[in-house]
Design a protein around this ligand. Structure first.
Ligand SMILES: *[C@@H]1O[C@H](CO)[C@@H](O)[C@H](O)[C@H]1NC(C)=O
Ligand SMILES: *[C@@H]1O[C@H](CO)[C@@H](O)[C@H](O)[C@H]1NC(C)=O
Length: 528
């Protein structure tokens, strides 16, 4: 252990030296960066001396990507509680291994996509509910804290049943699935969901934003009532209501957010921005990659990754990408799995697993071609790499907008109407025009200027909740108690409107009366 690490542990220990028991519940729909980030939270808490238990399905253990990425971390360190889940069928399950399902998702945006996958919530909740052994193990464990992905409603039941403080994690930043989990103060500048808007919304954008908000509320309502129904069927009683009420009972919201990347917005004090806590210290590159970079010479390299879900691509798309890469003078390293794409160039190396952070950290990297996932976007920010964003769905257009419009560190090429030529031109422009690299460097400098290292922030706030057995003082109870009319001040607007109308009526009566008195007097005068 090096000295600094030792000092840090001593400092952390001075506030809380006994180890606490923490349950961490990620969304398990195959291995992806969202799940990885939850495991990372678990690791940070474990390194701070706590006893961490992870809850996920037994199927994850046979997930190829999971095994590749996590075996070393899992075996020696965590307690794991598995719930039983049937093997994934990539031809029909709603799973990231199912390409048709992914393509279906891509046709929809925002709230429609959420509605499309809403039955996933039943699936996520029903497997652990059906597994009695899981409940028994949890009930005897006496957890001091639960840290859960926002979408795992099972943890909300556990929290309510055993009165354990709950922290919910939002991987997407401010766009929680629950419209009221992180309240949208206010829809004139805060996106209701994943729309790729800036904070200066036009009239039509605001109309759409408000419309999305109400749709989101409705979709939330349906999902909650189905999940609560399932929960009650399994006999968990009143605790089931916490599925909906968690927005009022939660201790903290851990939000994957940072002020450089995201637009400023008003948040309650129980919402903690975690500033890309999951970024790793890049290891030095292996010989294979060092050789590739050396051979690339002064042209440098292009790093390409579309995230864990889009490593495999359908034929037309992979050909478009391959041809665009082949036309570049740089060497291209592409995280890709599947048949060799048609038209692939001699300059392109494909591998199903690339040391992404180490490559982005290398000065030879000229541009990062990315889907703009939440994690990749933080990586681009942290390593000051300009990007060409190719968003597929969900939060990806939103994050591409952040990188290319807010940070101005690259260009976005939309999949609709994409051609090799368009992609090639974007890459050339981002490499040639130094403005993008300069903007990336400026943003990185601000990003690195933080009072607490992000990893310590996670540990500090988790221990804060443990020490005080919850954090209700950070939530606005008043804001929770408001109804629709009060929240939007419609009652006040109605009052003002009523007063104005009343005054107008009085005024009209007075004027009418005056006129009639005046004209009567006038006529009388004339007669006299
Ligand atoms: C980790 O544990 C699994 C079973 O839980 C086992 O199959 C695997 O070999 C172990 N890996 C290492 C690196 O010890
Ligand atoms: C470089 O890009 C910036 C931002 O898009 C643009 O304003 C500028 O005109 C470009 N410069 C050149 C030389 O094309």
């Amino acid at each position: 252990m090096d000295f600094i690490k030792f000092v840090r542990i001593v400092i952390l220990c001075s506030s809380l030296c006994e180890s606490s028991k923490i349950l961490v519940t990620p969304v398990d729909a195959g291995y992806n960066s969202r799940l990885k980030n939850m495991i990372q939270i678990g690791k940070l808490l474990m390194n701070a001396g706590h006893e961490v238990t992870l809850l996920f399905s037994d199927q994850l253990e046979v997930d190829a990507l999971y095994k590749l990425a996590e075996t070393n971390t899992m075996n020696k360190t965590f307690n794991v509680i598995h719930y039983k889940k049937p093997p994934v069928d990539p031809s029909k399950d709603m799973d990231t291994l199912n390409q048709d399902w992914l393509k279906g998702m891509m046709k929809k945006n925002g709230v429609d996509a959420l509605e499309y996958i809403s039955s996933v919530f039943d699936v996520i909740i029903s497997y652990p509910l059906e597994d009695d052994i899981v409940w028994k193990r949890i009930s005897t464990a006496n957890f001091d804290l639960i840290v859960s992905d926002e979408n795992v409603y099972y943890s909300r039941i556990v929290a309510a049943s055993f009165d354990v403080p709950l922290i919910l994690y939002s991987n997407w930043g401010p766009m929680t699935f629950g419209a009221n989990l992180v309240q949208r103060f206010n829809l004139a500048l805060v996106p209701a969901f994943v729309e790729p808007y800036s904070d200066a919304l036009s009239f039509s954008e605001r109309v759409y934003n408000v419309w999305q908000y109400y749709k989101l509320l409705r979709v939330n309502e349906n999902i909650f009532s189905k999940s609560i129904g399932l929960c009650r069927q399994h006999g968990y009683g009143e605790a089931c209501d916490n599925i909906k009420d968690a927005e009022k009972t939660v201790s903290l919201i851990f939000m994957n957010r940072n002020d450089v990347l995201h637009y400023p917005l008003p948040l309650m004090p129980h919402v903690i921005s975690l500033e890309g806590f999951f970024l790793e210290t890049p290891k030095s590159l292996g010989h294979q990659y060092k050789d590739i970079i050396e051979r690339a010479g002064k042209n440098g390299i292009i790093v390409v990754s579309f995230g864990s879900m889009f490593r495999k691509l359908w034929p037309e798309l992979r050909t478009i990408f391959a041809k665009a890469f082949a036309a570049m003078p740089q060497t291209v390293i592409w995280s890709y799995e599947g048949p060799t794409p048609e038209g692939i160039g001699k300059n392109t190396y494909v591998s199903k697993w690339i040391p992404q952070e180490s490559l982005l950290n290398h000065p030879a990297t000229k541009v990062f071609v990315t889907q703009c996932g939440a994690s990749s976007s933080f990586q681009a920010l942290h390593y000051a790499v300009p990007v060409v964003g190719v968003p597929f769905f969900w939060d990806q257009p939103y994050y591409c907008q952040k990188l290319t419009e807010r940070v101005k560190a690259g260009q976005t090429v939309h999949l609709e109407g994409i051609t090799s030529e368009k992609l090639k031109r974007a890459m050339e422009e981002v490499i040639k025009n130094k403005t993008y690299k300069e903007n990336a460097a400026k943003a990185a400098a601000i990003y690195h200027d933080q009072p607490i290292p992000p990893k310590d922030k996670v540990v500090y706030w988790a221990e804060y909740v443990i020490r005080h057995k919850g954090a209700p003082h950070l939530r606005s109870q008043g804001a929770n108690a408001l109804n629709f009319f009060q929240y939007f001040l419609l009652d006040i607007t109605a009052l003002v409107a009523a007063i104005i109308v009343a005054m107008a009526i009085i005024l009209i009566i007075i004027v009418k009366k005056s006129i009639s008195i005046f004209s009567r007097n006038f006529k009388k005068n004339k007669r006299d």
